[in-house]
Design a protein around this ligand. Structure first.
Ligand code: KG4
Ligand code: ZN
Length: 302
């Protein structure tokens, strides 16, 4: 409900900023700059943040720094792990996006692949919904899957075609809508097949994770990286993080994942990406606008 989301932003933003400053024991005049998410997302909600940031910046004489939401997710792990720095392979898995990137340096991103339909978090949420779990479904599906038998419900691993090679257009991409449909039929037929909700959740999660891990491994190998950085709400999923480590640690690749409060949407990651852009002089004027969709700044030609 975009209109309700914008109104909720409007009532929350003042108290949230006030509380952040109080907890940090800072006055608005003591901050260096105001970083704000200007894209992508629901434009009404983004506009509330952008307008508030411009007002705060104008009132305090500070620069305003626009930040791309997904670039924020890219920086989240570096707030906790000093080695989560470029070069690395990044897998960003949120409710709205699934992006596989090669990060040569901060601000120099190669977009390798993405989803052709549902984002990873969206797939979790839709599966949660059709299993009657509360929204957002991700954490509930993970909890249910932990009790499931991995050998009972086997779903085809999406987008892992045998013989796929670097250069093929499906080599790095993912797709989850077929998997979601397979789960729909498994749930519908459960009374006859005897599959439990936990077994179905486990089968779904294993298939989705297997695809994400293999695509990430391909990107690591293609660019010979020794680090993987995860971000976005689905990076809270410990089965995903464990599977990524199990697959990549034998080849000496370190996997960094932010703790849940930094993996899901948060302001600290926007501030960190904002600091990077502030140091580069990428500030905006009071004409700054919000955009529903926009590529991450700094994307290099493939
Ligand atoms: O990054 P995020 O907080 O918001 C967006 O930018 O979309 O991601 C939210 C998504 C939701 O789809 C939610 O179900 C998913 O992250 N999520 C999880 C888990 N925790 C959150 N998915 C799977 N397992 C989890 N433990
Ligand atoms: Zn997000």
């Amino acid at each position: 409900m975009p209109e309700i989301a914008s109104r909720a932003h409007l009532t929350a933003i003042g108290p949230v900023v006030q509380r952040a400053l109080t907890e940090a024991e800072l006055s608005p005049g003591e901050v260096d700059a105001v970083a704000v998410t200007s894209a992508p997302g629901l434009v009404g909600a983004l506009l509330v943040g952008v307008s508030y940031a411009k007002g705060l910046a104008f009132a305090t004489g500070k620069p305003v720094v626009p930040v791309h939401h997904m670039e924020g997710h890219l920086f989240a792990a570096s707030l906790e792990h000093r080695d989560a720095i470029p070069p690395f392979t990044a897998l960003l898995v949120s409710g709205g996006h699934t992006l596989l990137l090669d990060v040569e340096a901060w601000g120099a991103y190669r977009l390798l692949g993405g989803t052709r339909d549902d984002a990873a978090g969206e797939a979790f949420d839709k599966v949660g919904k059709l299993m009657g779990l509360p929204y957002p479904g991700g954490p509930h599906v993970e909890r249910l899957a932990a009790r499931g038998d991995p050998t009972r419900a086997r779903f085809t691993r999406p987008m892992l075609r045998a013989g796929s090679r670097l250069g093929d257009d499906d080599y790095f991409d993912v797709s989850f809508s077929g998997l979601k449909t397979a789960v729909f039929y498994a749930v519908r037929d459960a009374p006859a097949s005897g599959l439990s909700p936990a077994d179905i959740a486990r089968g779904f999660q294993d298939a989705l994770i297997h695809t994400l891990v293999e695509k990430t491994r391909r990107a690591v190998d293609a660019y010979r990286r020794s680090r993987v950085v995860l971000g976005g709400g689905v990076a809270c999923n410990s089965a995903l993080v464990d599977a990524m480590r199990a697959r990549l640690s034998p080849q000496d690749v370190a996997v960094f994942s932010p703790s849940p409060r930094l993996a899901t949407d948060n302001a600290a990651m926007i501030a960190r990406a904002g600091l990077f852009h502030l140091m580069r002089g990428n500030t905006a004027g009071l004409a700054l606008n919000a955009f529903a969709s926009l590529p991450i700044p700094g994307v290099l030609a493939a």
